[in-house]
Design a protein around this ligand. Structure first.
Ligand code: ZN
Length: 177
């Protein structure tokens, strides 16, 4: 969609297609709703301070409210905004048309970094204490889920075993139901 009449030549700061080293989960800064993760990473834009993902959760958008910024880094592009579903805060933009530099952002979810927080998934459990909101640590939760799953399996096996024993006992004593 980019026209070839944009002068060219000028080195644009543009987007960075380099995904973060570790997976990130993106939260609404205001209400902590999870909005996306870098499994769908598209790009970041250092100058705009944005991170663009190919998919987003729990967002709503007003597709008919298209804006065309007259100046700034996004000049020459058009977009509509999208909002956190739970608190209605504007968390980013979906670009409908872009200048060449912003091309990777088109039709994807570009989050404004001031509207979100991101949480890095790491190998080791960490605690997020800096904001005091007690965001659950995903890796810790995953570990616990795994333990719970194993325990549940054991309990299920035990119940099957007991069932067999009870059946055997009942038939041995001639108990009828
Ligand atoms: Zn929110």
């Amino acid at each position: 969609m980019a026209s070839d009449a944009d002068g060219g030549g000028e080195p644009e700061a543009g987007t960075s297609l380099e995904a973060p080293e570790r997976p990130l989960v993106v939260f609404c800064r205001k209400c902590n709703t999870i909005l996306g993760d870098t499994n769908a990473f598209v790009c970041t834009h250092p100058a705009l301070k944005t991170i663009t993902l190919g998919a987003a959760y729990s967002v709503t958008s007003k597709k008919d409210e298209v804006e065309t910024p007259p100046e700034g880094e996004a000049r020459g592009s058009s977009f509509y905004r999208f909002y956190c579903e739970s608190c209605s805060e504007c968390v980013g933009k979906v670009f409908l048309s872009t200048t060449r530099g912003l091309d990777p952002m088109r039709d994807n979810y570009t989050f404004d970094s001031h509207a979100i927080r991101s949480y890095e998934l790491s190998e080791r459990p960490q605690t997020t204490v800096e904001n005091g909101s007690g965001t659950p640590n995903s890796s810790v939760l995953l570990d616990r889920l795994e333990v719970l799953e194993t325990q549940l399996l054991k309990v299920e096996n035990l119940m099957l075993l007991f069932n067999e024993r009870i059946d055997a006992l009942e038939s041995g004593r001639g108990i009828k139901r």
